[in-house]
Write a new protein. Structure first.
Length: 317
């Protein structure tokens, strides 16, 4: 089967773990490298989680690089232990991978892979965009070298999740996000508009647990922690599927029903709008008949119930 090379940048993270499992379970995906960035936890811890999870998933061969600890304009502030646990994966302990982390940085790895797979590499970013911005600074020709970029981040019309208008990955490093959205590459934004609408419920978690596989069991235990965070928000134990949905939009498994291509800019000022992704959706008034040239593809809706799609794919592991 023909495969496509993918580079993933992440802050693993419970929903990042689901995204990594989805990638590993997806046919045609050649995961050629993974970078870690600070976000849910420090980059070094996220890299260890990523490496240990890949080992559990039977992919200790996938190279993992540590990326930026601090953001472009400010220091990492401790992450989100109340959402993902102190170790980032809901206090679940994974066996240590025998594979050492790479010596190159995540940004260096991305640039190297983009050159090696010129015009073919697909980039996925499911944490703050610091490593991508650093890679753009290292190699200004990066937008030409990669095929496209899909990010979990931002929100076009829905409320934010860390401020009234800002989503966490963008809010953590708005300067980096501004550079990524401004670069001349093909960006798909999978933001809170769609990720908050697709959830894992207790029935999904129980089915994963019942599968009895090492990966299924570990993910189901992580989800207990994630569900507890979301329970007061959604009124029952369940969780939004941010990162795996972004990965599925890129690698396949879902059908986009609304995904206009429009200009997106990031507010990197110090006012109350800091971290907002401002998507120019005025074309909505004309049914997107006059889609702007260029801009980013902003995913607003998909056809499937993504919880069911995710479960089905995870059960193949
Ligand atoms: O806002 C959701 C995003 O923030 C996800 O990537 C999640 O892992 C957290 O980092
Ligand atoms: Ca993430």
């Amino acid at each position: 089967m023909e495969t496509t090379p993918y580079f993933l940048d992440c802050d693993t993270g419970i929903d990042d773990s689901l995204a990594i499992a989805y990638l590993v379970a997806s046919p045609g995906v050649d995961l050629v490298g993974v970078g870690a960035v600070s976000g849910n936890l420090a980059a070094a811890g996220g890299a260890r989680n990523t490496s240990d999870l890949l080992n559990l998933l039977g992919r200790p061969d996938v190279p993992v690089a540590v990326g930026a600890h601090d953001f472009l304009s400010h220091a990492f502030d401790g992450g989100a232990p109340h959402v993902h646990g102190r170790n980032g994966i809901g206090e679940v302990e994974l066996a240590a991978s025998p594979t050492p982390l790479r010596e190159e940085s995540a940004a260096e790895m991305l640039v190297r892979l983009a050159r090696e797979h010129e015009g073919r590499l697909r980039v996925l970013a499911i944490g703050p965009f610091t490593n991508l911005a650093l890679a753009l600074r290292l190699e200004p020709d990066l937008p030409r070298l990669v095929r496209d970029v899909t990010v979990m981040g931002g929100t076009a019309m829905a409320p934010g999740n860390v401020s009234p208008v800002a989503e966490a990955n963008v809010a953590n490093d708005p300067e980096a996000a501004a550079e990524v959205f401004a670069a001349a590459w093909d960006v798909t934004m999978v933001g809170l508009d769609v990720t908050m609408q697709h959830r894992f419920e207790e029935r999904h978690r129980e089915a994963l647990l019942a599968a009895g596989t090492p990966a299924g069991t570990a993910l189901a235990r992580m989800l207990e922690y994630y569900f507890a965070f979301y329970a007061p928000i959604f009124g029952r134990p369940s969780a939004a599927l941010h990162d795996p949905l972004a990965v599925a939009v890129a690698v396949g498994g879902v059908t986009l029903t609304s995904a206009p291509r429009v200009p997106v800019v990031v507010d990197a000022t110090d006012g109350p709008g800091r971290g907002q992704t401002i998507a120019d959706l005025r074309a909505l008034y004309t049914d997107f008949a006059e889609e702007r040239r260029g801009g980013s593809r902003v995913v607003l809706a998909i056809e499937e119930d993504f919880g069911d799609v995710l479960l089905e794919r995870l059960l193949t592991l």
